[in-house]
Ligand binder design. Structure first.
Ligand code: PLP
Length: 431
């Protein structure tokens, strides 16, 4: 499979080249040249297929010629080595829990898949060391650190905005050691993301180091997120209703993978992009004008993104046709106050403890279903509530039990290097 840069000024790349580069030399995101389509018969008996088998059929054509079948099957089964339960909330609303992985947020799947792909490519070409450079608004860092920990030939450098991630998140990305380094940036997530993008173009760095990105701009992190939507459909087909999926969105990688899953044939009826006040995409869907903003901090901090990287891929999927896009995708935005009310409402009516991101997804779904009561909807629960302990406990006036696998992380000593600007990053990478 060939990947093209969406800026159209770089040479086409193979999957492994796209993964190792992260972003194309012309700063464009990579996008597959061809999009396959699974036959309708694939979905007729999808309930009887195993999740790894479904995942393999969905993603294999995108990796054709890059990873042999048995190796890819092994990568997939190791990646999906935990549960993805659907929990009913109300009559026609459920939630798909994507946080049962090692770092308690949905990003584990993409990070684990990408780490294993890079590990495989590195085995094939062991002379080339790779530095994974990643900006995190909270959960990516932990998932990437965990997914890449101890993978030989790979060094991981994580940038996170000082004071803007939760305690649990910070512990997860600053306590692992080994091949993982955390850089604590005096700035916002957007600053971190800009610094990463600049480093990729800085020849003084790239002549010394092979850099790659583990943000959802990397195709190996983006594409495996399609699996969630197949899992949801397999589980919910029995309701025999059009299926709507609401995705709490920040950088729009997850929902973009859902739209890709739809593009290869998955019968999802509609997608809802639910955001906090960083609402560039809902605003675009209303006005047709894309206006990046400076991100504002919220209680759903993993979605504090003012210029979502994957938006351009969404446009590409729909051939830049605004009307077609609007038919498949709605967008809603919510304040922190509304999010807290939703946390309470979910808890009071169903006993379920959501996290602030899931609560935003719930709100978007409810607003959409108001006008489409015949559909069945699920919102993605993208993080375990314990990752946002203070907000959840304070809002619901309850104690959230800390899962065992987190207690160890919480007791470790934080190690980070503070930097103020791009020069700080550059100095770190070059020396
Ligand atoms: C990263 C993240 C999101 C946003 O996902 P995108 O793919 O960036 O849109 C939502 N919720 C949680 C908990 C996250 O960690």
């Amino acid at each position: 499979m060939i990947y093209n840069s969406l800026n159209n000024k770089s040479e086409p790349a193979k999957f492994e080249e796209a993964v190792v580069r992260g972003i194309a030399p012309d700063r464009g995101l990579y996008f597959p040249e061809k999009i396959h389509r699974l036959p309708d018969s694939f979905f007729e008996n999808i309930e009887s297929k195993s999740i790894p088998d479904i995942a393999y059929d969905a993603i294999a054509p995108f990796l054709e010629g890059s990873i042999p079948e048995l190796e890819l099957k092994k990568i997939i089964s190791e990646t999906l080595d935990f549960e993805f339960p659907v929990i009913p909330i109300h009559d026609n609303i459920g939630t798909l829990e994507l946080f049962q992985g090692p770092t308690l947020a949905f990003k584990d799947v993409g990070a684990r898949f990408m780490a294993r792909c890079l590990g495989y490519f590195n085995k094939e070409n062991s002379s080339q060391k790779v530095t994974v450079l990643v900006a995190t608004s909270g959960d990516t860092g932990g998932a990437v650190a965990n997914g890449f920990l101890g993978v030989s030939g790979i060094e991981v450098v994580i940038l996170y905005p000082k004071g803007k991630v939760s305690k649990v998140q910070e512990q997860q990305l600053t306590t692992l050691g080994q091949n993982i380094t955390a850089l604590e940036v005096n700035g916002t997530f957007d600053d971190c993301q800009d610094m990463v993008k600049t480093a990729f173009l800085d020849q003084e760095i790239t002549t010394q180091k092979q850099l790659t990105s583990a943000n959802s701009i990397n195709v190996a992190r983006w594409l495996p997120q399609m699996f969630y939507y197949f899992i949801a459909y397999r589980e919910l087909k029995k309701h025999n209703k059009p299926l709507v999926i609401s995705v709490p969105s920040g950088n729009f990688g997850n929902i973009c993978a859902g739209l890709m899953a739809h593009q290869i044939g998955l019968p999802i009826d509609h997608f809802v992009a639910s955001t906090n006040i960083n609402d560039v995409v809902p605003d675009y869907l209303k006005t047709g004008v894309y206006k990046p903003i400076k991100s504002s901090p919220t209680i759903s901090n993993a979605m504090d993104v003012g210029d979502p990287s994957n938006f351009i891929r969404i446009l590409k999927i729909f051939g830049n046709n605004f009307e077609n896009l609007k038919e498949m995708l709605s967008g809603y935005r919510y304040t922190d106050e509304e999010t807290r009310v939703a946390l309470k409402e979910i808890h009071q009516t169903s006993g379920y403890v959501a996290d602030p991101h899931g609560a935003v997804g719930y709100l978007g779904l409810k607003d959409y279903l108001k006008n489409h009561p015949n559909k069945y909807g699920i919102f993605l629960e993208t993080a375990h509530p314990v990752k946002f302990l203070d907000t959840v406990e304070e809002t619901l006036d309850i104690k959230v039990e800390v899962p065992e696998r987190l207690q160890e992380t919480l007791s470790k000593t934080k190690k980070s290097i503070e930097i103020n600007d791009y020069q700080g990053l550059k100095k770190f990478l070059i020396h």
